[in-house]
Design a protein around this ligand. Structure first.
Ligand code: GDP
Ligand code: MG
Length: 568
């Protein structure tokens, strides 16, 4: 395929606006898959994805499309839609020249629409706005078109109105991909250079990396190098994704496909990394960032006898997800376990759900914490840590104020979209969470978009649930990382019968210490009240002993303890 007949694009949308349904239609219309009911959302492969209707691992497909007597190769690069994976979205986007920005013609622009739009806009891609679900009775495409004009400064005439469900006007989408999106500006005569935008682990073949070729060509047997680690590999197999793997002899500049080269771990094919030929070294593509965990939680087996099983399940899952960090941890009450780091909350929930569903593991997960930083003032400690600034992921290791000149906490810039009737309640919730309003605009006569700077810690536990319930489900929320800010943080101990319990140590802002502490004690007390009688019975039985945990010099029912750890 000559590069001028190639189009690389992705679909971005707020959750449920119809990304997967449109992808299915595009695949059917180009003959990549047959039109059957069974093929619903073929690109969403994991069980949790089907259940939650979200994409966790991106899937990619090359489509053949003929238009006005010409054959085109259209590479549809799927992206994980959620904010937790925004780095991966940005890498997928950087392999494209254009995006289809889908907006539900009934719901209008939502928080993720805005976040995804900016990723594409900053990458200077051609943006094709698509209004989906025009078959719905309440669809109001005119109103949504003016939102698009107002918020994104895109002329309303650029919008394509479709029903992905019924296939209405989907042909126009394919034509717009060919006519509006430029071909990749690449040459097969350049040295080989490819971007890794996704990778998966396969037990038989090792790592299967999805790549976009930015220059030159690659063949089976070539020796390639990954820029980040500098390791050399021999190419065993390459091919196109349609969406199943179709091995080919070569991959050329402008094409998108997969490569298998004897990598044993997804950490060897990190998203955003560059591959090149050993004999023709080139500069790495810009934008590579190793994944950074922003939410941490302890994980323990329900019973210590399940430890080996849980360990192998965690090992298997992390084989496929290089963004999860794993450290051994242990707790007096819960025994041996791990402290895991995730990109965000959804990432953590999806990981837990996969552990339970795919590996049948029962796990205790503690309430999530965020990585704090401390600027040390003690010369001795600075020497010990090798730097002035340290990151603290375990609250028990929070350094004392006497050796610290400043504490820092991670911040995020949040976007909230909601009907204006809820503005007052939302503002109260945000100010209660120490957030600072940055901006507020009407996107039409009834809907408001607000931007707030939040401490990440204030939104990791229940913010989203509260926002949803106080807005009857109408508010949407998305955020991006916004660096660190100084904060008056303290370490809060909880004493049981006069002794501090390590598992309950919490880092809080001074202003929130009283309420947080009170809430945690109340959780324990409520639980205690309910089951005092049952506990007395349990104590007399051997089985009951197992359900009690000795913490310091107090026995606490394991369930009560777990609930406090989970803040539930
Ligand atoms: P995604 O989260 O963006 O991938 O959204 P999906 O493609 O999974 O669609 C979310 C829901 O909207 C599903 O129940 C779809 O059947 C439905 N849906 C998608 N497109 C249309 C459409 O054009 N019309 C109607 N009525 N429903 C649609
Ligand atoms: Mg989907």
């Amino acid at each position: 395929f000559p590069a001028d007949k190639i189009r690389n694009f992705c679909i971005i949308a707020h959750i449920d606006h119809g990304k997967s349904t449109l992808a299915d239609r595009l695949l059917e219309m180009t003959g990549a898959i047959a039109k059957t009911e069974k093929n619903k959302q073929v690109l969403d492969k994991l069980q949790v994805e089907r259940e939650r209707g979200i994409t966790v691992k991106a899937q990619t497909a090359s489509l053949f499309y003929s238009h006005q007597g010409e054959q085109y190769l259209l590479n549809l690069i799927d992206t994980p839609g959620h904010v937790d994976f925004s780095y991966e979205v940005s890498r997928s986007i950087s392999a494209c020249q254009g995006v289809l920005l889908i907006v539900d013609a009934n719901q209008g622009i939502q928080a993720q629409t805005v976040a995804n739009f900016y990723l594409a806009f900053e990458a200077q891609l051609t943006i094709i706005p698509i209004l989906n679900k025009i078959d719905l009775k309440n669809a109001d495409p005119k109103r949504v078109e003016s939102q698009i004009e107002k918020v994104f400064d895109i002329p309303r005439d650029d919008c394509i109105r479709i029903s992905a469900k019924h296939g209405t006007n989907v042909e126009m989408v394919l034509q717009a991909v060919v006519n509006r999106i430029p071909p990749p500006a690449v040459s097969s005569d350049d040295p080989f250079r490819a971007l890794v935008f996704d990778s998966n682990f396969d037990h038989y073949r090792g790592v299967v990396a999805n790549i976009a070729v930015f220059g030159g060509r690659v063949r089976k047997g070539d020796k390639i190098v990954s820029a980040h680690l500098g390791k050399t590999y021999e190419v065993n197999e390459i091919g196109l994704l349609r969406p199943d793997e179709h091995p080919t002899q070569r991959l050329y500049a402008g094409q998108v496909g997969y490569i298998i080269a004897g990598m044993k771990d997804v950490k060897e094919a990190q998203i955003g990394d560059t591959l090149y030929l050993q004999e023709q070294p080139v500069k790495a593509l810009p934008g590579f960032k190793p994944a950074k965990a922003m939410v941490f939680a302890g994980m323990y087996p329900m019973d210590q006898s399940e430890y080996p099983g849980l360990r192998s399940a965690i090992e298997r899952l992390t084989l496929n997800d290089s963004s999860v960090t794993v450290q051994k941890d242990s707790s007096l009450a819960l025994g041996a376990g791990w402290r895991l780091g995730f990109l965000g909350l959804l990432h953590m929930e999806v990981f837990n759900q996969r552990l339970e569903q795919e590996y049948n593991a029962s796990v205790i997960v503690t309430a999530p914490t965020v990585p704090y930083k401390a600027v040390l003032s003690s010369a001795k400690l600075i020497k010990e840590h090798g730097s002035e600034e340290i990151t603290i992921v375990n609250p028990a290791q929070f350094p004392d104020r006497s050796v610290v000149s400043e504490y820092l906490e991670p911040m995020v810039l949040g976007t909230i979209l909601a009907p204006d009737a809820y503005t007052g309640k939302i503002m109260a919730l945000c100010s209660n969470r120490r957030a600072i309003q940055k901006n507020m605009v009407y996107i039409d006569d009834q809907r408001v978009m607000m931007k707030y700077l939040f401490p990440l810690n204030e939104i990791v536990v229940d913010f989203y649930d509260l926002l949803k319930s106080l807005s009857s489900g109408y508010a949407s929320f998305d955020y991006e990382n916004a660096g660190y800010q100084a904060a008056d943080l303290i370490k809060m101990d909880i004493l049981l019968n006069g002794r501090s319990v390590e598992e309950l140590i919490t880092i809080v802002h001074r202003d929130r210490a009283y309420n947080t502490g009170k809430a945690m004690l109340q959780l324990m007390e409520n639980y205690g009240g309910d089951i005092t009688r049952k506990m007395k019975l349990l104590k007399r039985q051997a089985e009951g002993k197992k359900k009690m945990r000795r913490i310091g010099n107090v026995e606490v029912p394991k369930d009560a303890f777990i609930n406090v750890l989970k803040r539930k």
